[in-house]
Structures are given as C-alpha cells and as structure tokens.
Write a protein that binds this ligand. Structure first.
Ligand SMILES: [Zn+2]
Length: 246
C-alpha cells in the first residue's frame, strides 16, 4: 500500500476521493482525477473494501488492479477497512475513521459516491459516511479525533457511477475532460480493472455518458459532479459557461 505524501507544486490543496469498491472512483470520476493531477494537484484515493463480494475477481486481483489504476491517474491509494464489500453500515465509528483520514490528508476537495439509493447499497452508504466525516473532521471536540488538528474542507462533490445514481434534484458541475491525454489516462485506468470490464462493458458506459455530457456542454467529453453545498464565487467573472447547447 502506498502511503501518501501530498505536496502540491502549484499550491493546490489535495483532492481526496472515496470509493466503496476498488473501481468506483475510476469509473465514477476518474477523468476528473486525471484532470486535476495533470494540473499539479495531488490526489489520493481511499478505497473502503477489496471488492470481495463481487462475482468476478479475487480481492488480491482487485487490489492489484486498483494500484495500477491509481498510478495511471497520477494518484496515491490506500485501503481503509470498514465492514467489507456488501456489508457496509452507516455508523458513527466509520464516519470518525474517515474523518481521521481527512484530517491526515487535509484535502480541499472531497469526492464520494452519490446518495441515491437505487444502486449498490455500499455506494450511497459510503456517500453518507463521507458527508458526515467531512463535518466531524472540523469539530474540535470529537474525542477519538483529538490526536489531529481539525480540518475544514472547501467542497464535497458526489459522483454518479451509473445513470440511475445521478441525483435528479441537484444541478451538476460539468468538468471538461476532453483533452486526449486525459481521456487516454482515464480510459486506461478503467481498463486496469480487467476483472470487471471482462464481465460488462463498463468502460463504454462511462465514455458514452461523458460524451453525452460533452455534447450538452459543447466540448468533447465531460464528467458531472454534484455539489453537496451551494458553490460560492468571488464574482460572476469566475463563471465560464452553462451547458445548454440544445
Ligand atoms: Zn462499487
């Protein structure tokens, strides 16, 4: 397991992405990770199971695939043990454990699976735990966290692993991932999860979703992130454009 050392050449605070299973971040928002790491932002993936309940791939294979994929994304990786694949429960102890990861890495931006329930039950539960962890990480009085300094993130974004897990009531932020280098690295990172892509065409699903969003946004490909909180801008000058091409 790679232990992260997060130093950022361009003084961008690190990004921390959580996944319930070894391939979640790659399929859900891998292009965003590459977009950020290629801009000099450190990214760390925190994976909360070895995918041991899956039909395909052993935990050892899944671990090796995740390590290879993280490298392709330019990210560091660690596994955190909670209840195990398909057994995740929402508990304060888990939120506190994830809060300790947040305090150690001190990220600016968090990424987590969306809270929509009609998907793998671990996904929305992990989303809830990360949302709670972000809050606990900034509270000074949580006894279990007293060993590390409180930390407040800037933004929590949710990613959607499938069309069914896209929140219907949240306007997404679309991240342009059209650059050929980004698309190439993202695709390679998804394909690194060969035990999963052999069974179903997950790569084409994600590339097609990104293409559809790209068409709406007037770019090649885009990935949707769903903000947990209202985004704050210094001025309207920070806005680039809205997606309403059709
Ligand atoms: Zn998953």
């Amino acid at each position: 397991m790679m232990k992260p050392t997060l130093t950022t050449p361009l003084e961008l605070a690190p990004l921390l992405a959580f996944g319930a299973h070894p391939d979640d971040v790659e399929f859900g928002c891998g292009g965003v990770i590459v977009r950020e790491t290629s801009a000099g932002r450190a990214a760390h993936l925190c994976v909360c199971s070895r995918g041991e309940a899956a039909t395909h791939g052993t935990p050892a294979e899944r671990t090796a695939e995740a390590e290879k994929a993280a490298q392709l994304l330019g990210a560091t990786l660690e596994f955190v043990e909670l209840d195990g694949d398909a057994h995740l429960e929402i508990r304060a102890a888990h939120a506190i454990k994830l809060a300790s990861v947040i305090r150690r890495l001190r990220p600016d931006i968090l990424l987590a699976p969306s809270l929509e329930e009609n998907q793998h039950p671990d996904h929305f539960r992990l989303g809830r735990l990360v949302r709670d962890a972000a809050r606990l990480a900034r509270y000074g009085g949580v006894a279990e966290l007293r060993g590390s300094a409180a930390h407040a993130i800037s933004q929590l974004f949710f990613y959607a692993l499938t069309p069914e897990s896209e929140p219907a009531d949240v306007s997404p932020v679309l991240i342009d991932v059209s650059s050929p280098k980004i698309m190439e690295a993202w695709t390679a990172a998804m394909e690194a999860h060969a035990s999963q892509t052999r069974a179903r065409n997950y790569v084409e699903l994600q590339l097609t979703r990104a293409r559809l969003l790209g068409l709406r946004a007037g770019v090649g490909h885009a990935i949707a992130l769903y903000p947990n909180d209202a985004l704050v801008l210094d001025s309207l000058a920070q806005l680039s454009r809205g997606a309403r091409l059709f």
